[in-house]
Design a protein around this ligand. Structure first.
Ligand code: ADP
Length: 326
């Protein structure tokens, strides 16, 4: 295997706070170890259209505290085709890039896995997603910041919810994963979390109402994970209107606000450690792996596991929400 000289770095798919901290860590660790670094703009789309920039130590100055990604991000349908990936590979070779660090979610790492195998390229992935839905890592880059954003927003909603004695359904992101809803509910003292993981097993809303969750409270907040399985917050409110008209319910969809903002200390540290580990992994000859963290120890997870295996939520936490909201 030829020695790696130049590392390309890109951010792809849904953006997440602290992607910039990860870009900084990868760039600086790579330069420290004698590599040259090229930034690829707009994820795989930029790999196909040939949008490259030279990354120097100063290119990543003053970005650790900012949300978003200086390399921009995008989705690329072309990269899903063998023809698109062949163009991407050609451009990479022309640019002298011989290894990649891909920062993104489940989709981006799926693309990385296919690309790495097709063209025998060393690729290391970083879990950049607010959803925390990648297997083999306790947490992902951006998750903690999104959770804190949810907490701030729900605290504000609580003020108005309790003044009016209302039932609020607050929709949070998660794309089929209940981590944000569940831990967001614990952090805000919400009355319940409705999550996709158990949506087909239990009628979560019916159970809540049956248990009389409003009896001792003058307001109720229920966090609902955005998912076709839960139907989202609007569907909950519609159902309440029809089946339980005695409740005055309202809906707030937090939406993209959850993706933005200055990253928390935890996310900055996580992204910095993971970014350093990604370059170290390439130095050790690792490929086709995602950097993860378990019990505060950095580890490497084969792509195939990170993207294919289901990461389960801790169901005991549902009970925690229930007990603490009596
Ligand atoms: P995320 O990384 O946040 O999960 P997406 O699912 O939108 O975001 O994926 C980002 C990009 O990764 C897609 O636009 C596409 O270019 C690439 N990608 C996703 N899945 C695949 C796949 N199965 N094969 C090749 N490329 C893929």
């Amino acid at each position: 295997m030829a020695r790696i000289k130049c590392i390309g770095i890109l951010t792809s798919g849904g953006d997440a706070p602290a992607m910039n901290a990860a870009i900084r860590a990868v760039t600086r660790t790579a330069i420290y170890n004698g590599f040259t670094v090229k930034g690829i703009m707009r994820g795989y789309r930029g790999l196909i259209s040939g949008e490259f920039i030279d990354m120097k130590t100063q290119t990543v100055s003053n970005i650790i505290q900012h949300g978003g990604t200086i390399l921009k991000t995008a989705r690329s349908a072309e990269f899903k085709t063998p023809e698109g990936r062949a163009i991407a590979y050609e451009n990479m070779r022309k640019e002298g890039i011989d290894a990649l660090v891909v920062i993104g979610g489940d989709g981006s790492l799926s693309g990385a896995r296919i690309f790495a195998e097709e063209f025998d390229i060393p690729i290391v992935g970083l879990p950049g997603t607010i959803d925390n839905d990648l297997y083999g890592t306790d947490t992902t880059i951006g998750y903690d910041t999104a959770l804190n954003t949810i907490m701030e927003c729900v605290d504000k909603l609580r003020d108005t919810a309790s003044s009016h004695e209302r039932l609020f359904f607050v929709e949070v992101m998660g794309r089929n994963a209940g981590f944000l809803a569940l831990n967001g509910a614990i952090a805000t003292g919400s009355e319940a979390a409705i999550i996709p993981e158990i949506a087909t097993e239990v009628d979560q809303l019916g159970e809540l109402i049956a248990n009389g969750f409003r009896k001792s409270k003058n307001s109720s907040i229920v966090l609902v994970a955005e998912s076709p399985l839960t139907g989202g917050a609007m569907a909950m409110a519609e159902r309440v209107k029809k089946e339980f008209p005695q409740f005055d319910s309202r809906v707030t969809i937090l939406g993209h606000i959850q993706r933005g903002g200055s990253p928390t200390a935890s996310d900055r540290i996580l992204a910095s450690r993971m970014g350093e580990a990604a370059v170290n992994a390439l130095l050790e000859g690792q490929r086709n792996v995602m950097v993860g963290i378990e019990n505060d120890v950095i580890k490497l997870v084969p792509f195939i596991q990170a993207i294919r295996k289901n990461k389960t939520v801790d169901r005991a936490l549902l009970n925690t929400v229930k007990i603490l909201s009596i």
